[in-house]
Design a protein around this ligand. Structure first.
Ligand code: 6PG
Length: 471
């Protein structure tokens, strides 16, 4: 075969990725489970068609690719990936490389990596962010797997990725599931970023009684400042849009029930499993789960009455909402990077944190101006909590008071701000040397003789006086 790479799965994401690869000058063999799809895809590829080799059977597909082969899978995450690997392996040589580019759970990627190694084969898992647009014109690519796999396909992935200046937003982050873990955390941060924007939207809508158009103007203004980001930009566009059918603001028509495919939830699960605090992300996942319970919320409002009361703009100005978002954002990224650091330790993965911040600067859903400063801060010291880096500690010092006022106003007026609240609590805990866990330790020792450490002596396993009084 002569194709430089192969791709299986011509859905929207896979098709766009294939076009992106072809456009960057690489010849690519394509295959789809429904075999006719490869032909129709080829026929509709226009000027890129001569870079695309459509194939109708897996055998023809494999034969069309130059050895050692690199094959990208873009099929639905889960069983379909295992089925595809099982069908493909017998047709491949040991040095061939299978690359799963779907939104896999990184535990599955770890397992597939082990299975491949046991069979003397090679497997990579890469996280691809940026939606359909990104896949076609430049996604952010988070790669995990063997280093020689990256040596083989890194130049292709860098070529098709988004660029920040001329720096590719694609990098090899560690072995096995490292790339998919980072993509998962990306999505957890995405959930928190989105949720916190939705919360300040709520303060403006229900607290200030602002119209969607007025709110759009606020987001548009913020996008010219420190919060400049794709998510703030599209929030402005969503708030600005009018429903063509009714002429009403689109936001007033959209049902307030949010879906999820699972990656944000996986981040919260991983945080709990690894014992690392990601409370703002967890709150964002919980908020989505709550949003889905529309019927229950309806009954709750009937019983308790609607909560939101008018909020005084003199107390909470929109600039204060902006500052609160800045603080919340710094904290949720501190939690996300902390989670990645913990996973790196657990699995012995490289996980270059500054590199991760850099490849998130363009192409992905959470791309923002602030990631540039995060890359710098993480380069100074990757193992330090991001909120303690001088640049961000200065920003937090300027903004945490606004975060507090917004959360307090939300509590007083009944405007739910769960992710911002979680971020504030995290901040308050992390700035307090003497916490209240001495009480927890006392309780644990009381009922279970679990022992504690003392503030005035070295060592552990001390007990309180209740132990001897117990019997
Ligand atoms: C991306 C997105 C993409 C997708 C997620 C989130 O990085 O391009 O995160 O992967 O939108 O699956 O979807 P849910 O909100 O449905 O979980």
């Amino acid at each position: 075969g002569s194709a430089e790479i192969g791709l299986i799965g011509l859905g929207t994401m896979g098709g766009n990725l294939a076009l992106n690869i072809a456009e960057n000058g690489f010849s690519i063999a394509v295959f789809n489970r429904t075999a006719d799809k490869a032909d129709s895809f080829h026929a509709s590829a226009g000027a890129l068609a001569d870079k695309i080799v459509p194939t109708k059977t897996l055998e023809d597909f494999v034969a069309a690719i130059k050895s050692p082969r690199a094959i990208i899978l873009m099929v639905p995450a889960g069983d379909a990936v295992d089925a595809q690997i099982a069908a493909l392996r017998p047709l491949l040589d040991p040095q061939d490389l299978i690359i799963d580019a779907g939104n896999a759970n990184y535990h599955d990627t770890n397992r597939r990596d082990e299975e491949a190694k046991a069979a003397g084969a090679r497997f990579m898992g890469i996280g691809v962010s940026g939606g359909e647009e990104g896949a076609r014109f430049g996604p952010s690519i988070m790669a995990g797997g063997p280093a020689d796999g990256w040596d083989q396909v890194g130049h292709v992935l860098e070529a098709i990725s988004a660029k920040h200046g001329d720096v590719p937003c694609a990098a090899h982050l560690g072995d096995a599931g490292a790339g998919h873990l980072v993509k998962t955390v990306h999505n957890g941060i995405e959930y928190a970023d989105m949720q916190m924007i939705a919360e300040v939207y709520g303060v403006m809508r229900d607290g200030f009684g602002m119209t969607s158009a007025e709110i759009a103007e606020v987001f548009e203004g913020w996008n010219g400042g420190i919060l400049q980001s794709y998510l703030i930009e599209i929030s402005g566009k969503v708030a600005r849009a009018t429903d063509p059918e009714t002429g009403r603001p689109m936001l007033d028509i959209i049902l307030d029930k949010a879906g999820q495919k699972g990656t944000g939830r996986w981040t919260a699960i991983e945080a709990l499993m690894l014992g690392t605090p990601a409370s703002a992300i967890e709150a964002a996942v919980a908020a989505r789960n709550l949003s889905a319970r529309l019927d229950e919320r309806k009954m709750g409002e009937a019983v308790f009455g609607a909560a939101p009361q008018a909020s005084d703009k003199a107390v909470i100005a929109t600039q204060m909402l902006e500052a609160a978002l800045v603080a919340g954002k710094i904290i949720c990224y501190a939690q996300g990077f902390g989670l990645i650091l913990e996973a790196a330790k657990q699995y012995g993965w490289a996980m270059p944190l500054p590199e991760i911040a850099k490849i998130w600067r363009e192409g992905c859903i959470i791309r923002s101006a602030m990631l540039n400063d995060m890359a710098d801060a993480l380069a100074e010291d990757p193992s330090r909590n991001l909120m303690l880096a001088p640049f961000f500690s200065a920003k937090l010092s300027e903004t945490h008071d606004a975060l507090r006022k917004v959360v307090a106003e939300g509590a007083l007026k009944g405007l739910p701000v769960p992710a911002l609240s979680a971020a504030l609590s995290y901040f308050d805990i992390m700035r307090t040397e003497r916490s209240t866990a001495n009480m927890l330790q006392g309780q644990r020792d009381f009922f279970g003789a679990h022992g504690f450490e003392r503030t005035d002596k070295d060592g552990s396993g001390y007990h309180g006086p209740w132990a001897m009084n117990a019997s």
